[in-house]
Design a protein around this ligand. Structure first.
Ligand SMILES: CC(=O)[C@@H](O)[C@H](O)COP(=O)(O)O
Length: 256
């Protein structure tokens, strides 16, 4: 269980709702994952024409909805989209994406902070999609964000944790801020690694939706997230350079 903005969720896995081969595969993937949160792109789906049916489907998943501003390239666009999402889904939760770079889909730091400040002041509970940049993290917290969503790697790449040093530093600098590693995860082992680092949850989409068997992959991620969290809570040993015998010498046979 994990708590964000005062809401306790049954799982540390959050899943996206795009790119599945069919609505029934999407529903089965959610069922097998036990995911506590579904994120849904307001702009993308609104442009699709069958938005109503799709939104009914995600509402029926029975999980907490986290609308997102995917596809927004300015703070103005993101704020407008967030307000539309609040009306559509009746939630103050918003995953804030303000894309700043066409190739990497890297967030625009200035636009992100500006939109976060406006939305927090307007009563939203903002989950900002950010990089591992420490200064940007500080500015987002100053703007009123209580949760951060650093990227693992650029969206849709499946590269895993591209900057481990940066992510470890971010986790260490803000130990009390709930953080979700979002985007770029391609394999369950990468999700486990993020959880072992002490992140509170992971959010992913492409790796499950584009797997040969999305429902099985969703379950694989769910197990990895649990294993990684357990490993973190159990307190892992420190790695060391020199060998240390793991078999005790006491009781060893004495040869004359
Ligand atoms: C669905 C969503 O919100 C994406 O923008 C998210 O960042 C997931 O990225 P991946 O598809 O790389 O998992």
């Amino acid at each position: 269980m994990v708590t964000f903005h005062g809401t306790t969720l049954p799982s540390r896995l959050m899943l996206g709702t795009a790119q599945y081969p069919s609505p029934s595969v999407l529903a089965e993937a959610f069922r097998r994952s036990g995911a506590g949160v579904a994120t849904v792109s307001v702009r993308r789906e609104a442009a699709g024409g069958e938005a109503g049916a799709f939104w009914d489907l995600v509402r029926e998943l029975g999980v907490r909805l986290l609308p997102n501003t995917a596809g927004c390239h300015s703070s103005r666009e993101a704020v407008t989209t967030a307000r539309m999402a609040r009306e559509l889904f009746g939630t103050n939760w918003i995953k804030l994406e303000v894309i700043g770079h066409a190739d990497t889909l890297q967030p625009d730091p200035w636009g992100l902070v500006e939109a976060a400040r406006e939305l927090c002041a307007d009563g939203f509970e903002v989950f900002p999609y950010t990089t591992e940049d420490l200064v940007l993290a500080e500015k987002l917290l100053d703007a009123g964000c209580e949760v951060l969503m650093p990227w693992g790697a650029p969206i849709g790449t499946g590269l895993g944790l591209a900057n481990r040093y940066g992510l470890r530093s971010l986790r260490a600098q803000f130990p009390d801020v709930p953080m979700v590693v979002d985007a770029g995860l391609g394999r369950p082992s990468q999700a486990a690694e993020a959880m072992e680092m002490g992140f509170d949850a992971v959010l992913l989409n492409t790796a499950v939706a584009r797997a040969e068997d999305p429902a099985a992959m969703a379950e694989g991620f769910a197990r990895a997230v649990e294993a990684g969290r357990l490993g973190y809570e159990a307190g892992a040993m420190e790695p060391r350079d020199m060998a240390a015998p793991s078999t005790p010498l006491i009781g060893k046979a004495f040869l004359a």
